[in-house]
Design a protein around this ligand. Structure first.
Ligand code: NDP
Length: 247
């Protein structure tokens, strides 16, 4: 699937919400989904970055996206419920969600993790995705074929020293995906995880400041798996955690 070649118009008539759509992998995913015909809902906390992605989609001739400025750290279930109502009014249904926004937090020994840091990373990486998914279920069920994709990491499968909160948050992400997938077998909404692998973004540069970033895959290079999981060719794939860059 990481070699998947998406047919033209793969996502035509689909509405897809992308969290963290202003930068890195999320920005690339939004532009890629739009270039395959999707109407994108760009959710993020920095409006200027979302506007840049919006402009790039329009300049490339894609469907007009919607912008949802929201800081996942402060957002409450009510914000997600209001957003779900607006999506239903505007689009009727929702065909895809890419839970992509995450915080890395500080890399440090476990016993030095600060409670505020733990709270913030768990809020953005786990609780926000949980509350957002709960609120969006109604509008996702209205789609004939909806795909919810969570973003994991290799440290969400095997714990790594000093990656404390982030690593734990990605284990929780894998668990949340598995619980949802088990509740929705043989239904019109499927749940899977993507592990992007080492990818040239600001988060990766923060985690590995000394490495040569030119040797890393760009977000554009890992898009085939994102397209596969968002499109109809992955219908029936549920409860999987897939790698963009298998070893
Ligand atoms: P970036 O840091 O480049 O982008 C993260 C995005 O999430 C940004 O747009 C950021 O917004 C947004 N975001 C962060 N906090 C919030 C918040 N409180 N509210 C709303 N939006 C927020 O990360 P990547 O593109 O590298 O990562 C994307 C996903 O891939 C993450 O889930 C990450 O864990 C995962 N991943 C990445 C890997 C890599 O090598 N890059 C490897 C494995 C997993 P803003 O621009 O405003 O800061």
């Amino acid at each position: 699937m990481n070699q998947y070649q998406a047919p033209e118009g793969l996502l035509t008539n689909r509405t897809i919400l992308i969290s963290g759509a202003g930068d890195g992998i999320g920005a690339e995913a939004a532009k890629t989904f739009a270039s395959h015909g999707a109407s994108c809902i760009l959710l993020g906390r920095t409006v200027s970055k979302l506007e840049k992605v919006y402009d790039e989609i329009i300049s490339a001739g894609g469907p007009e996206p919607a912008i949802v400025p929201l800081d996942l750290n402060g957002a409450t279930p009510k914000h997600y419920q209001d957003m779900a109502r607006t999506i239903e009014d505007q689009f009727g249904c929702l065909d895809g969600v890419l839970h992509n926004a995450s915080l890395l937090g500080e890399l440090c020994p476990f016993e030095e993790i600060k409670p505020e840091e733990w709270q913030q990373v768990m809020q953005v990486n786990v609780s926000a995705a949980a509350y957002m998914t709960q609120a969006l279920m109604g509008v996702l069920r209205k789609s004939a074929d909806a795909s919810v994709v969570f973003t994991t990491s290799s440290v969400g499968r095997v714990g790594r020293a000093f990656w404390g909160t982030y690593s734990v948050s990605k284990f929780a992400t894998e668990g949340m995906m598995q619980v949802l997938a088990a509740e929705y077998t043989n239904r019109n909404v499927r749940f899977n995880c993507i592990n992007p692998g080492a990818t040239r973004t600001q988060m990766r540069a923060k985690a590995f400041p000394a490495e040569d970033a030119t040797k890393l895959k760009t977000p554009a290079e890992i898009m085939p798996l994102y397209l596969y999981l968002m499109g109809p060719d992955s219908k029936g794939v549920n409860g999987q955690s897939l790698d963009c860059q298998p070893k």
